[in-house]
Ligand binder design. Structure first.
Ligand code: NAD
Length: 347
């Protein structure tokens, strides 16, 4: 991690300024709290509606609050005194979750609506919103060999039902708080994030974690089979968590990117079949494949066009998938063993 580069970019922020991070009981925001703590920031307030023992990560020295930020009064309390607010709280999961629970996904609009107003009232200098590649027009993603999505591809809008439309509307809030009220907002469209400390079982997990888990389970059970959702030809890119947290910092503190949605994703495209092969390779096993054509599979193909992030930040997420997946596999394998031993795990 280039501490120097990010410290320079967090210009204006003093080490004892209050940083508020919502959704910090989950994967990305939990990692972001640790990241800022490691950068030397001494006042970090982490918030999530999950009870504290269920948080995926808790960094010592970080204030942790269990609060529902879809309620306005809680948002006011949470944002009190904040210099910067990062909103990563959302009811979300992988394709299995977002195709099935569209109402829950849409209801996350309450979170951003109240958080951004509370941040504004608190006089926060900057506000970050975690958008998603699901905000892009789905008509452009009907082919596994699709061209990568660039920022202008969100309009004319035809976002992913439920989850994607919520992201698009919340982006709009961020743009208007800058246009009408002058609050500096930052909007990153994440493309599939994976890594240690992410959900790996229970229905909300995403493809890389689900596939690692299935390979580990198959090895452990001795039943050398794997069920793949769809026909395996769907393509995606996957961003390693360290690239995501670093990218959030850089985007939030870049004056050229105020109120401007930008891709934050890897441009290394892979099919789901090849992702399975990679996980098998890491696990030193070959499995018999069964394709579940009725399972949720999302759009046929999606990749991140990184021209804009390269041009403006001179950087793009660059952890090779093979490297990040090996680390993720090792972490899930340990979680799997811990669960079998009756220890508490992340799910
Ligand atoms: P996550 O599910 O691990 O974390 C989200 C957290 O928000 C959870 O801990 C949840 O309890 C919390 N939350 C939900 N509703 C809340 C509420 N009302 N009040 C307080 N906390 C609440 O998900 P993640 O992968 O860490 O995603 C973080 C953000 O990034 C989300 O906005 C998500 O939509 C976005 N995103 C993630 C990905 C990805 O691949 N992980 C891709 C695109 C966008």
């Amino acid at each position: 991690m280039s501490g120097q580069q990010t410290t320079e970019k967090t210009s204006g922020l003093k080490s004892d300024d209050l940083i508020v991070i919502a959704g910090a009981g989950g994967f990305i925001a939990g990692d972001l709290a640790r990241y800022f703590h490691d950068q030397g920031f001494t006042r970090i307030r982490a918030v999530d509606k999950k009870p504290l023992p269920e948080w995926y990560q808790r960094t010592p020295g970080v204030e942790c609050l269990c609060m529902d930020v879809s309620e306005e009064k809680n948002c006011r309390r949470v944002c009190e005194g904040a210099a910067e607010v990062y909103n990563l709280a959302a009811d979300m999961g992988g394709m299995g979750f977002i195709e099935r629970f569209r109402i829950e996904c849409l209801r996350s609009i309450l979170i951003n609506t109240h958080m951004i107003e509370a941040a504004y009232r608190a006089g926060a200098q900057r506000y970050f919103f975690s958008s998603s590649a699901c905000a892009y027009n789905t008509d452009l993603q009907q082919d596994p060999h699709c061209r990568a999505l660039k920022e202008t591809d969100a309009y004319p809008a035809m976002a992913e039902r439920g989850y994607g439309w919520e992201k698009l509307m919340s982006e709009m809030f961020c743009q208007e708080y800058w246009a009408e009220r002058g609050m500096q907002t930052a909007i990153a469209r994440f493309h599939n994030v994976y890594g240690p400390n992410g959900t790996w079982d229970g229905g909300r997990e995403k493809a890389p974690a689900a596939i690692c888990r299935k390979v580990i389970e198959a090895k452990d059970s001795g039943k050398h089979q794997i069920v793949i959702w769809g026909d395996g030809s769907q393509t995606r890119s996957f961003m390693y968590i360290d690239d995501c947290t670093r990218g959030i910092d850089m985007i939030m503190h870049c004056d050229q990117l105020v109120a401007t949605p930008i891709n934050l994703g890897s441009s290394e495209l892979i099919s789901i079949s090849d992702l399975v092969s990679m996980a098998e390779d890491i696990g030193h096993v070959k499995l018999q494949r069964e394709y579940d054509l009725n399972a949720p599979k999302g759009v046929a193909g999606r990749n991140s066009d990184n021209t804009m992030i390269q041009r403006i930040l001179g950087w793009e997420p660059n952890t090779p998938l093979r490297v990040g997946l090996a680390r993720t596999y090792a972490w899930i394998e340990q979680q799997y063993r811990d669960r079998k031993a009756g220890k508490r795990t992340v799910e």
